[in-house]
Design a protein around this ligand. Sequence first.
Ligand SMILES: Cc1ncc(COP(=O)(O)O)c(C=O)c1O
Length: 363
Amino acid sequence: MARVFNFSAGPSMLPEPVLKKAAEEMLDWNGSGQSVMEMSHRSKQYESIIKKTEDLTREILGVSDDYHVLFLQGGGSLQFHMIPLNFMTKNKKADFVQTGAWTLKAVEEAAKLGKINIVGSSKDKKWSYLPPIVGSDPEADYFYICYNNTIEGTQYHTLPDVKVPLVADISSGILSEPLDINKFALVFAGAQKNLGPAGVNLTIVRKDFMDRIPAGLPAMLDFKVHADSGSLFNTPPCYSIYIVGLVLEWIKENGGTKALFARNAEKAKLLYDYLDQSKFFYSPVEKKDRSLMNVPFLTRVTEAEAAEAMNKKFVKEAEAVGLVNLAGHRSVGGMRASIYNAMPVEGVKKLVDFLKAFEKNNA
Ligand SMILES: Cc1ncc(COP(=O)(O)O)c(C=O)c1O
């Protein structure tokens, strides 16, 4: 069966060589006579898998020994609560930039534990840009951003200059371009976009930031417990971590984040260039803040019902030619193409050709 080009925001496409390798190793990992799915997480074999995955994470993202690399469960969403629970503990307040759905959720969770200071919001223009920072608090326990806004399609290409520890949700932007981890006290990413399958979340946290973790937290919510046990406090999502390792190997073999960035920039340019000259489609996002990974777009049909019908027609016809999951997020409508690392240039070219033909037939 022919594989489709999958533009889903997550879980999303994985590199084909990774899937093939996983298939080859499905029944017998490295002569062990077992699948990784069946392996004890306390075995020597599995220890080598999780260690390799951590080592590759450090190598590819340039993570020094000053940081812990943790593989956790509960997705990005649990991090929304775990981070304030562990780190919003000195002055019980933090600065947040509001840039869309995922920061709204992060604020909602953090607000249960302390005082949230909103230092910028792009709500006034439907989250279509990254707002300037106003009124940051020098006594905030940390400053929180969402580095790439999966739903709204904005991405920080320059990080805000802040005086307090910087914390970022890098779920949908991780490995899309080189990123200096040393600028952050903590970053986290659900794996199901650029890293691997759902089920594991990567958190990278500076060791000195861990000093402020209060005693007596529930073990599973305590970063120190996970750091002290090398992400093996309880049974981890073993198979997902193994696939993350294969994805990282693929990234290394393909030139690391610099090479990925060049390819991602090429893919994004193809799509944005087309949208910017189209008389039928457009990107609602300010040029300077556009995401390399998630590209929302709309038609210029203005009447609400007709616009909705046109979006549905687009998604259906695209699916028929093997371009799938192009519907926009249910909260914003329109369309969205997620073009993560595993999406080949060929997939974006095919999408642009389809957009051109659709415009010709429907404008
Ligand atoms: C930027 C961002 N943060 C957090 C999440 C939530 O992640 P999870 O579904 O793993 O809880 C998502 C999910 O798509 C996301 O895109």
